[in-house]
Design a protein around this ligand. Structure first.
Ligand code: DUC
Ligand code: ZN
Ligand code: ZN
Length: 469
């Protein structure tokens, strides 16, 4: 006799996927979607989704959990447990985090170290981009094996002293990934310009957190974005641009796509709902709460990003969740803004902020919301159609959301181990009532109920440039 079949029916809701929105039930069997349709029945459990939207779980492909910042001797505030619980409460069912290759190390060592760290703690499924910092011949030779083993994406920093990869290294990595079904995911800022501007501010005595933003203006992002796209073109490789914040960078992405190049891009909620006014020098050291790179921009850039999401020239929204406690971690840079750890918490608020700012306002359709938050991340990073959809056979990673239920964001009620939210007080909708991972309810009426360590490594295949969204 085989194992008993476990079934759950999500009944009476409105199913929203990237390509449809209709009243339908969702039948889950043994952790996978078995059927979607009207008037389905089960002998198993029933979850009443009346008045709710039933959507594929969010996929956040840009998180920094338990992420060491060697330069400052600190680690992001969320470990793989608190961070994935926070994600689940915000409707995230899969993350792609990072493994960090330190100089002198192999990529395999970096991967194995991270797998050992995450397995006991994660409550949702996960993968890693490999951060490459040391592009040696033997490292390039490792690329096909990493891709074959389900780690097809490679993060490159074009700035940040201890991690920076120069144009030669970037080109070699683009060539190796492009030839083997991988993808480079690039943080684009011109390091020379950033260093020059930082030094200018510091030598003028401008050491407070408000000077972080003018040290990294939109032009430094636009230049590096353009250069990365051009280098990808030299070796005909696909490329994903991380956290686009400005109209200039977004324009370079759009132009590449119009030329038919396999370039995709993400932006993040902070660039969609905040602007440069958070860096008011009168705000004192509290401004450190908003120090991230690239920084928030003038309001016209924010509007351009919403347009790019709506017209298709930016394909996904990730959080870049990099949480540092205000009271004892951001303060590392009290006397010098370059020592403030860069990053904002956001894994739990990503979906509600995009839902409220995009769907509730009518800027994007519910289907486009699903595409940006789940389907496209799965397509770009090699997980589709196992994840990112509710078609039969997919993992039953599902969120059930009451589109009318409004909440005010309050750090005290979020689940991240950080002591503030940059979005404090914003009114949003889109928090899930239920989150299911592989058919198991892991958030029940807003409360996390997942067992620590239940998350699994998500299977990821080769990335086909022709299949990029
Ligand atoms: N910038 C990054 O590139 N990563 C983490 C957070 C940040 O601000
Ligand atoms: Zn980055
Ligand atoms: Zn990041």
């Amino acid at each position: 006799m085989g194992a008993p079949v476990s079934e759950l029916l999500i009944a009476g809701g409105t199913v929203v996927t990237a390509d449809r929105m209709e009243p339908a039930d969702v039948l889950i069997r043994d952790g996978r979607i078995a059927d979607v349709g009207q008037d389905l029945t089960t002998e198993g459990e029933v979850l009443d989704a009346t008045g709710h939207w039933v959507m594929p779980g969010g996929i956040d492909t840009h998180t920094h959990l338990a992420h060491p910042i060697d330069r400052l001797g600190i680690t992001t505030a969320d470990d793989f447990f608190t961070g994935t619980v926070a994600g689940a409460c915000g409707g995230v069912t899969t993350i792609i985090d990072f493994s960090l290759q330190r100089r002198g190390e192999t990529l395999a060592l970096a991967r194995d170290r991270r797998l050992g760290e995450i397995a006991p703690d994660a409550v949702i499924d996960y993968g890693f981009h490999t951060i490459v910092t040391d592009v040696r011949d033997d490292v390039i030779a490792e690329v096909p094996e990493l891709i074959e083993g389900g780690f097809p994406s490679f993060k490159v920093y074009m700035t940040y002293g201890d991690k920076i990869v120069n144009d030669d290294g970037l080109l070699r990595l683009l060539e190796a990934t492009g030839a083997n079904g991988g993808l480079v995911y690039a943080h684009c800022e011109n390091d020379c310009a950033v260093t020059y501007l930082i030094n200018q501010h510091l030598s003028d005595g401008k050491t407070g957190p408000a000077y972080h933003a003018p040290s990294r203006p939109p032009v430094v992002e636009a230049e590096a974005t353009h250069r990365a796209i051009m280098l990808a073109g030299v070796v005909d490789a696909p490329l994903c641009i991380a956290h686009v914040t400005s109209s200039g960078a977004a324009g370079h992405v759009a132009a590449a796509r119009e030329r038919g190049e396999p370039v995709v891009a993400e932006t993040c909620p902070q660039y969609l709902v905040l602007d440069e006014t958070v860096y008011d020098p009168c705000g004192g050291f509290e401004v450190a709460k908003f120090v991230c790179s690239p920084p928030m921009r003038a309001a016209e850039h924010r509007d351009a990003l919403w347009s790019a999401l709506a017209d298709g020239s930016i394909q996904q929204v990730s959080s870049d969740h990099a949480p540092f406690r205000y009271h004892d971690q951001k303060t590392t840079g009290r006397d010098n803004f370059t020592r403030i750890p860069n990053g904002l918490p956001g894994i739990e608020t990503r979906l509600p902020l995009v839902f409220a700012g995009g769907v509730s306002t009518g800027l994007i359709s519910p289907q486009r919301f699903v595409e940006l938050a789940s389907t496209n991340p799965a397509r770009i990073f090699g997980m589709y159609p196992r994840k990112g959809t509710l078609d039969a056979g997919a993992d039953a990673d599902v969120i059930v959301v009451d589109p009318e239920a409004e909440t005010e964001i309050d750090a005290a009620r979020l689940h991240s181990a950080v002591d503030y939210s940059p979005f404090q007080g914003m009114r949003v909708s889109g928090f899930p009532t239920w989150t299911l991972s592989r058919g198991e309810v892991i958030v029940d009426r807003g409360e996390p109920v997942a067992e620590r360590g239940r998350g699994r490594l998500a299977e990821r295949g080769r990335i086909d440039p022709a299949a990029l969204p």
